[in-house]
Design a protein around this ligand. Sequence first.
Ligand code: GUN
Ligand code: FE
Length: 446
Amino acid sequence: MIQVFRGSLLFFTSDPLQDGDAAYQWIEDGLLWVGESGLIERVGAYEQLAGLLIEQQTEQQIQLLDYRGKILLPGFVDCHIHYPQTEMIAAYGTQLLDWLQTHTFPVESRFSDYDYGVSIAERFVTELLRNGTTTALVFGTVHPQSVEAFFSVAQQHRLRMIAGKVMMDRHAPESVLDTAETSYHESKALIEKWHGVDRLSYAVTPRFAPTSTPAQLHMAGRLLAEFPDVYLHTHLSENVDELAWVQSLFPDSEHYLDVYDQAGLLGSRSIFAHGIHLCDDECQRLASSDSVLAHCPSSNLFLGSGLFNLKKMDDYGIRVGIGSDVGGGSSFSAFDSLADAYKIQQLQHHNLDPFRALYLATLGGAKALSLDNKIGSFQPGMEADFIVMDPQATDFLAFRTAHCHNLKETLFVLNTLGDDRVIAATYILGQLAHQRDSHHVPQGEN
Ligand code: GUN
Ligand code: FE
């Protein structure tokens, strides 16, 4: 059945950094028209499309869902997250390298069990949808079963997801290690089975330089050469102790990024999480190779990693997406990430305006993942993954947003104070996938 959603529509067509207010469209009383296939067919003002709607209603069944007073926005894109770390979010007391040994590796060792992986993947997907995140770039564990479990669950929910098996052949407990050779074969088998199936894509996923031998990093490069349209997903320059460790493990490399560069891992489908402590040459190389950074504000604060310099990355022209980095990050909510991103820029005397922030969490994320022809905006032919934001989600938000004077203020308040309660509903391919108040069903008019 065709579904037509009425409400305020907000979506980006380009980056506000370049195009300012021309980068977004705000249609106060709009219609989002979704075809049977789950793709967007029409987008426009109610006034303009109402005639067509009435005309078409005489010919076919059309369901009109009334979300007036709420804001329809493309679903959030999370450019860096670990599904196996769902159960260890908010683990106390350590910074990156200790945190990995103390909290992360013991938890990840459980994912040799496929059924366990499925149960955590289900919980993970529930949290994503509850928070309005419809696409993510996801770490599994070293065990291929962990990725089998995740892709199976994502497929059942018809989600657009990118994931991969961790490659890790040193400096961790035996239970979470593979070898250069096995990581190559296991990754290859997963690519052949899952990449391009439904809405799923594969990311070759060496954990980070310290836990891979040079031989394993070269295997990752070999996979990218053999499968040019898979992604590369890893961590880069997150923590100063990590930097020193990388320097001592790879004395022949010019800097951290050079370790990956020497293995052939840079490119337009390569996403590097963090990138906090980068030198100018690294920024230059990221830009010239069209590689991507996933900025993970919540994680950078929680693990005490440092302050990401968004302005500098913008000046270099590096594509940036936003990642929650759960469980290093302490929230699934894009609002928490955007609120933290704002504060991180404030500490550096830079600004992050709410339009740019929401761009980064939607179309910017889609561009970061080279998916902007499919998701991240409201254009005919794009996949109808979207959220319904409720500026009056709580009594206090209703009070606070009533004191906003324009859209920019309202969006900033939502970014800063918002949480999962602001997500009244999440739609995947035009189908309801999460509803905040299950007792509240939007009024169908026919
Ligand atoms: N660096 C290597 N592994 C990890 C991880 O699991 N989380 C984060 N935040 N950084 C990492
Ligand atoms: Fe991470």
